[in-house]
Design a binder for this molecule. Structure first.
Ligand code: PMP
Length: 406
């Protein structure tokens, strides 16, 4: 495979350190990915040379900051192939994007008797906002069942889809199981009954090219920090005609056109949804992360990542005492498992002692844990800088863990 892992790892300064006296093996990319030099430099350069508030336009620094900030928006637009730059709303992450849709579109459009469908494998970020909204509007949140392998039951979805369903909000790639959901089919089915569709893309965007126009989703929410960008930064894509019709989510500066005590008029998209001084450095960092990803042959990248995950799955199947949680036909990025006789928290701690970083627990997805009758798993999650050597290190680490568990 023409994929120079050493050269890629060299771009991530954090990866070359030792943890607990061992070379770091970072397998917690589902929680957050590491940042390459180009992203770190873009953020530092902005603060060193260009720092000013944006859209205030009275001086050179502000002009430069605005150009970088809006240039990053254009990079994100291109990255997901949105048709218009005003369809890209800056957020602080996937969570805020979903809340924006819930409390702007949802509060405006949902009534008693209406339904929002989510899957049982959602992150809490795609459950709790709808529960809050249900409490305020009387709409109902209905979970779609998931089969034993961790796949949405599409026949059950057909049964649930009727004119009461106004929104289907579903995760593209599950952070707890790694399942890649058939979002194309779900969008088509939902649209057939007139429902809108929101996709939680937090775990998807880093893995393969996204085309929101081809997908025809109504909203798509994602975070910079899961695609090699900074934390506390993200973007919400929404179809322009929907965003135009939606009321503001939060009020303040930037999002207004005129303010008086007689009444206030709102700014045009995307600013209507961006009150206050934005995370300018975050947006610039996210733009740099997009350009970093675009510098790769994305097909080769996806093949490399699939090779590493398939290798991990193969090894897991052969590994005595290991039970995989989530065995979907189509998956990405995540190996979630239990080890006989080892509480996930203990396994995680014993791996950490060997320099291997994984996540343990319910992964902010308690309902899917309840579906499997467990309280948590050990999760190894992979990024483009991981290789088969990291998988070997994980299983060698588990061999050691087992000796402690005996
Ligand atoms: N959805 C999924 C599937 C996630 O994995 C995460 C992050 N773990 C989120 C939503 C929330 O993302 P953020 O914390 O960046 O808002």
């Amino acid at each position: 495979m023409s994929f120079d892992l050493a050269a890629i790892r060299a771009q991530f300064p954090i990866l070359s350190q030792q943890v607990n006296g061992k070379p770091l093996v970072y397998l917690d990319n589902g929680a957050t990915t590491q940042k390459p030099n180009v992203v770190i430099d873009a953020i530092c350069d902005y603060y060193r040379h260009d720092n000013a508030n944006v859209h205030r336009g009275a001086h050179a620094l502000s002009d430069r900051a605005t150009a970088k900030f809006e240039g990053a928006r254009e990079s994100v637009r291109r990255f997901i192939n949105a048709g218009h730059r005003e369809e890209i709303i800056w957020t602080k992450g996937t969570t805020e994007g979903i809340n924006l849709v819930a409390f702007s579109w949802g509060r405006d459009n949902l009534r008693q008797g209406d339904r929002v469908l989510v899957s049982t494998m959602e992150h809490h970020a795609n459950i709790v906002p709808w529960q809050l909204l249900a409490g305020q509007t009387g709409c109902e949140l209905v979970p779609m069942p998931v089969d034993d392998r961790g796949q949405i039951d599409l026949a059950a979805l057909d049964d649930l889809l009727d004119e009461r369903v106004k929104l289907v909000s579903v995760v593209h790639v599950s952070n707890a199981l790694g399942t890649v959901n058939p979002v194309e089919a779900i969008i088509e089915k939902a649209h057939a009954v007139g429902a809108k569709v929101l996709i939680d893309g937090a775990q998807a965007v880093a893995h393969w090219p996204l085309d929101v126009q081809a997908l025809d989703c109504d909203f798509y929410s994602f975070s910079a920090h899961k695609m090699y960008g900074p934390t506390g930064m993200g973007a919400l894509y929404g179809k322009r005609e929907l965003l135009q019709a939606m009321p503001p989510f939060m009020g303040g500066g930037e999002m207004i056109e005129t303010v008086s005590f007689a009444g206030t008029t709102y700014n045009a998209l995307p600013y209507k949804f961006e009150p206050g001084t934005p995370n300018i450095a975050g947006a610039i960092g996210m733009g740099a992360a997009v350009e970093f990803l675009e510098s790769f042959d994305r097909k080769a990248l996806a093949e490399h990542e699939a090779d590493v995950l398939n290798y991990a799955v193969e090894r897991a199947h052969q590994y005595e005492g290991l039970r995989l949680i989530g065995e979907a036909d189509h998956r990405a990025g995540v190996l979630s498992f239990l080890l006989d006789g080892g509480h996930p928290a203990d396994v995680g701690m014993l791996l950490d002692q060997q320099g291997i970083a994984v996540r343990t627990g319910n992964h902010c997805a308690m309902p899917i844990m309840q579906r499997y009758g467990i309280t948590g798993t050990v999760r190894a999650s992979f990024a483009l800088y991981n290789g088969r050597d990291d998988v070997d290190a994980l299983f060698a680490g588990l061999d050691k863990v087992k000796t402690f568990l005996l």
